[in-house]
Design a protein around this ligand. Structure first.
Ligand code: NOJ
Length: 584
């Protein structure tokens, strides 16, 4: 038996330790455990955080795009679901070239979503319901419509305003070639040429994503001051934390050297450079100055667990998304090895792990888990490959119980609780993701996981928009979501929604799941992952296609499928159970 060295008490003391007054009302149905992380200021250590993708959650005003009014209407649904916090993908003023990840003004809400007073009301209402709020901050870039970039573009070469970005003259006889060969993450060159004030071709600017997302120069102190001020703005409005977008990318090698993408140099010219950490150390000081301290949650896509853990040192971020877990195939050995590597990396810095199955950038896991190759990689979305959705759904249920039983925080992407799958048949002319357009459709992009949620009714818009809406949902919903609406699943314990509610309530109430004890249990069956947490709580996941044995002297607390045979002690394929030890 192995006890992993990941314990709440092992976190090094930091400035945040101290008296707490929280604006949060703890939900009335928190059953036990004065020591649950959700009840003290390090709530992120074991919170369940639900990602709201505002464009696709609920449309209050009938324009076919989700908005804050829609979210406010459904806050009771989210509280009843049993999550602890809501993370909002960007809701700021934005031309929406990358669905809001191109921010024009952090201090305004996009009119399509509402306004600032509505955001304040939403935050207050969520707090009343015991839900914390996390907002998205995008440090690597802004919109090309941001006041800074407009000024820089108009000012011309040599202007101080240009130093906030990466403007450079081109190569070639007339500057007709980009300053280097860097490629955009979304496809095509990472540089766009500007015109001089007199209309002649001018300098180029760097954009690691779309041309509408110019990269900021973090060597300029004004960029740092502005972002720290933006953090305070949202913390003062009541945000309990921030999710940090593309967190490994803001620091650049100022020489902007060319490199071979097949074997990039170390350090990389723009990914995970050592100087990026000074940004988050400063942000930690901002977050720590609040009572209770605010949380910093990083989007850190890095293969190297040691480098990943650097972002979670005691004076940097509090937690980060575990993409290795998301990427892993539905395979016991692969998942076990990711779980072990996750514990090791986090233990090294005293941070709490997270468990992530889906988000707005990746193929929904009901679909992934229904494929022969259930692993995930951006480069290979496996769009259109044969998918068994019944199998994917069964595995998604098993995956939830497995992940919820692991120590750490858990993320739920909206619609996951309805068992939604990736929508693969969106016509090309309706697709909106810049990845689809910039790759000429070679990469199908992320629209398939962003389709507006089905709430009620028998046909689109499935209650996403109110009756009499002036426009259809911004992405088309599949007709066969009629039996996947929240309304159709409500009150049915066997539905995915019913199962999520039961599992989340069970996790909240289960004392053994609110400390960081974890022990692998021996198993002769290579298809099984079994572990014990505190207070005699055991989780067994059968990830194989064959039945497995249930451990002796346990009773079933919750199962992901209906066919667990407690008498014959048989756990069917692709099924997880929560068990409690009983005396033999
Ligand atoms: C990561 C976000 O999750 C993604 O949606 C966005 O396109 C890029 N960062 C650029 O901001």
């Amino acid at each position: 038996m192995t006890i992993r060295p990941v314990r709440a008490g092992s976190a090094p003391p930091c400035a945040e330790d101290g008296a707490v007054t929280s604006p949060i009302k703890e939900p009335a149905h928190v059953a036990t455990a004065n020591d649950t992380a959700s009840q003290h200021h390090e709530w992120w250590r074991d919170a369940v955080i639900y990602q709201v993708y505002p464009r696709s959650f609920a449309d209050g005003d009938g324009d076919g795009v989700g908005d804050l009014a829609g979210v406010r209407q459904h806050l009771p649904y989210l509280a009843e679901l049993g999550v602890d916090a809501l993370w909002f993908s960007p809701w700021y003023a934005s031309p929406q070239a990358d669905a809001g990840y191109d921010v024009a003004d952090y201090r305004r809400i996009d009119p399509m979503f509402g306004d600032l007073s509505e955001a304040g009301a939403l935050i207050a209402e969520a707090h009343e319901l015991g839900l914390r709020i996390v907002v998205d901050i995008v440090p690597n870039h802004v919109s090309d419509q941001h006041a800074w970039f407009r000024e820089a573009r108009e000012a011309g070469p040599g202007a101080e305003a240009r130093d906030l970005f990466w403007f450079r003259p081109g190569r070639g006889t007339d500057g007709e070639l980009p300053p280097n060969e860097w490629q955009s993450v979304f496809g095509g060159p990472a540089w766009t040429r500007t015109a001089n004030p007199d209309g002649t071709p001018g300098e180029w600017y760097l954009h690691l994503f779309a041309p509408e997302q110019p990269d900021l120069n973090w060597n300029n102190p004004k960029v740092r001051e502005e972002h720290e001020s933006v953090l305070r703005f949202w913390f003062d409005l009541g945000a309990d934390g921030v999710r940090i977008d593309s967190a490994t990318m803001p620091a650049k090698d100022p020489e902007l050297p060319d490199f071979d993408p097949a074997s990039p140099p170390v350090p990389h010219p723009y990914i995970d450079r050592d100087d990026v950490h000074s940004i988050y150390r400063a942000w930690r000081e901002v977050a720590a100055a609040y009572s209770p301290p605010r949380a910093l949650i990083g989007e850190v896509w890095l293969a190297d667990p040691v480098r990943f853990a650097h972002y979670l040192r005691p004076d940097e971020m509090h937690t980060a998304f575990n993409f290795d877990y998301l990427n892993s195939p539905w395979d016991p050995a692969a998942l076990r090895s990711v779980i072990d590597a996750t514990f090791d990396a986090h233990a090294s810095v005293g941070a709490a792990p997270t468990w992530v199955l889906s988000n707005h950038d990746v193929t929904r896991h009901v679909t992934r888990y229904g494929r022969a190759d259930s692993s995930y990689g951006h480069a290979l979305r496996q769009h259109g490959t044969s998918t068994d959705l019944a199998l994917g759904t069964r595995r998604a249920r098993a995956a939830l119980l497995l992940a919820l039983a692991l120590p750490g925080g858990h993320y739920i992407y909206q619609g996951e609780e309805l068992g939604l799958w990736e929508v693969e048949d969106i016509p090309a002319e309706r697709r909106q993701d810049p990845i689809f357009h910039r790759t000429g459709g070679t990469d199908i992009g992320r629209d398939g996981c962003r389709v507006p949620l089905p709430w009620s009714g028998q046909e689109p818009p499935f209650g996403f928009s109110p009756a009499g809406a002036s426009a259809p949902p911004w992405l088309p919903q599949p007709a066969d979501w009629a039996d996947h609406t929240a309304e159709a699943q409500d009150g049915r314990a066997d539905s995915m929604l019913g199962f999520y509610r039961t599992a989340l309530a069970g996790r909240r109430a289960e004392q053994g799941l609110h400390n960081e004890e974890f022990t692998w249990l021996p198993s002769d069956d290579p298809g099984v992952l079994a572990f014990e947490r505190g207070a005699g709580f055991v989780c067994v996941a059968n990830l194989s296609a064959a039945p497995a044995a249930l451990p002796a002297d346990t009773e079933v607390v919750l199962a992901s499928g209906p066919e667990v045979d407690v008498t014959a002690r048989v756990l069917p394929p692709d099924t997880s159970v929560w068990l409690r030890r009983v005396r033999g």
